[in-house]
Design a protein around this ligand. Structure first.
Ligand code: ADP
Length: 481
């Protein structure tokens, strides 16, 4: 059983100190929360070697047994959702209710991939001659290097390690420097659930460079799975090419949220709130730019304005708070720059538009609604990663499709319409990996999640999420008659 340290490196089934530590801070207060061991490149190598040593036994463990460990981990996560959620709020900032929701979502990946572990079938292939038997087997890809972001400190971890462990891979996980505590809590709980030593190692660090280099260069690592910025994703893909490591990437997005004239306007406004302001707008699938048909734009803004105004901003640990802080001051500065750029180019602030005056510390920005946005504004082209909803108008379906599909991103898109034919037409033509039709929250463990174009490579969740951690081996046998 894991002891309750939770701030050290977790290598080979034991808590280990590092040469130094780094400070994790609470984004709602700016105050230090914990001192966490700071992994070096040497620590990364030790973690990889531990994962490599654990691989033969774990990959030979029957899928049904691996599934049992994942199910026990799921149960423990749900049992402890309140305390896990509290740590998540303290290091990541999202309100407690949202944090508990994320823990349940995170646990659902263990449940889904436990099922997949039980159903990792191969294939019997018809032979060309009577004396041959042809088989395709699925085998674990090997040691996996997993790199996760801070905006979903639990779910991005389980969405990667769930399928990796289900497939029989072993893992070295490098969580984001802002939110390592949740990752350490999860691995402690998995150890309690019966995960053997070395199967999942966790190495937080304040400087991802050296640890990343070791993961990229060590020959035992056969797969890199990453969620984060497009820039870092491209770098990892380039470096992984040197040893042809498999790569899965979940990168940035810039989701269009389209409201047609025939939409249920109240449902669209409610959906806009959920999609835009969840996690203070810091999700890669959150609505970034709103395109509303000119004939209903005023009605939509009339419905949305009071909802945005009513959002309560503050420390996520306090009752009733719906929008927490941004992760750091750089996040707030980026939002400020986007809003400034939009307003100097002619956008009008309907709600917010500044830091909330009543919150004097922490990284807060007021929920903001902008009218009169145009496609050249930064807020309409770059990921804002903050609580800002820019609204632009359109006239025709063809025009809005063209505008929605412009740019390098292709992760999520949303459309609101009550016309079934239009829903199909537009959903099929959007160059996006995820489309929500009258649905602002489409993500579930059993469905494939991932991006077109520069938003990523491969899929997580669903059966596709399991494929990402499996190799296919073809075996041809000659038999005597
Ligand atoms: P964000 O802007 O959301 O912080 P990043 O892409 O910088 O996005 O971070 C996502 C994850 O990638 C984090 O775990 C971070 O530590 C990691 N990361 C950043 N740079 C590198 C790098 N050079 N090598 C490996 N991991 C990196």
């Amino acid at each position: 059983m894991a002891n309750s340290d939770g701030t050290s490196l977790w290598i080979d089934g034991a808590w280990r100190a590092a040469a130094g530590t780094f400070t994790v801070s609470n984004p709602a207060t700016g105050e230090p929360l914990a001192e966490v061991a700071d992994a070096s490149r040497t620590d990364a190598r030790a973690a990889i070697e531990s994962a490599a040593a654990a691989l033969p036994a774990w990959s030979a463990t029957p899928g049904l047994e691996r599934a049992r460990v994942l199910r026990r981990a799921e149960a423990l996560m749900l049992e402890r959702a309140t305390e896990l959620g509290r740590t998540l709020t303290l290091e990541g900032g999202k309100p407690l209710a949202e944090a508990r929701g994320e823990i349940a979502y995170a646990a659902s990946f263990f449940a889904w991939f436990a099922g997949e572990a039980e159903r990792t079938y191969g294939r019997v292939i018809p032979a060309s001659t009577a004396n041959k038997r042809l088989l395709a087997l699925r085998q674990p890809v090997g040691v996996v290097g997993a790199i996760t972001p801070w905006n979903f400190p639990a779910a991005m971890v389980t969405r990667k390690i769930g399928p990796a462990l289900a497939a029989g891979c072993t893992v070295v996980l490098k969580p984001a420097e802002q939110t390592p505590l949740t990752a350490l809590n999860i691995v402690a709980l998995m150890t309690e659930a019966g995960l053997p030593p070395g199967v999942c190692n966790v190495i937080p660090t304040h400087d991802p460079g050296p640890v990343g280099t070791e993961l990229l260069q060590h020959p035992a690592v056969r797969k890199i799975t990453f969620t984060g910025s497009t820039e870092v994703g491209k770098y990892l893909a380039r470096e992984a090419a040197a040893t042809v490591k498999r790569v899965s990437l979940e990168l940035g997005g810039h989701a269009p949220f389209i409201v047609f004239a025939d939409a249920d306007i109240d449902a669209a406004a409610q959906g806009a709130i959920v999609s835009k302001f969840r996690n203070a707008g810091q999700t890669c699938v959150c609505a970034n730019r709103f395109y509303v048909h000119a004939s209903v734009a005023d009605a939509f803004l009339e419905a949305l304005t009071p909802l945005v105004r009513a959002l309560t901003v503050g420390d996520g640990t306090l009752d009733g708070v719906q929008v927490g802080p941004l992760i750091d001051t750089a996040g707030v500065q980026k939002v400020e720059a986007h809003v400034r750029d939009a307003t100097t180019s002619g956008a009008r602030v309907l709600v917010g538009g500044s830091r909330p005056p009543h919150l004097t510390r922490g990284n807060f920005y007021a929920p903001t609604l902008l009218d009169g946005a145009t496609d050249t504004m930064r807020v309409m082209r770059e990921e804002t990663f903050g609580p800002v909803a820019p609204v632009a108008r359109f006239e025709s379906e063809a025009e809005v499709l063209r505008r929605a599909n412009a740019g390098p991103f292709g992760l999520a898109a949303y459309l609101y319409t009550n016309d079934l034919s239009r829903a199909w037409r537009v959903a099929e033509r959007l160059e996006y990996g995820i489309v929500g039709v009258n649905d602002a929250l489409p993500s579930v463990a059993q469905a494939p999640f991932g991006g077109y174009k520069e938003s990523g490579l491969g899929r997580e969740g669903g059966t596709e999420g399991m494929d990402a951690f499996l190799e296919t081996k073809y075996i041809s046998t000659v038999i005597r008659g």
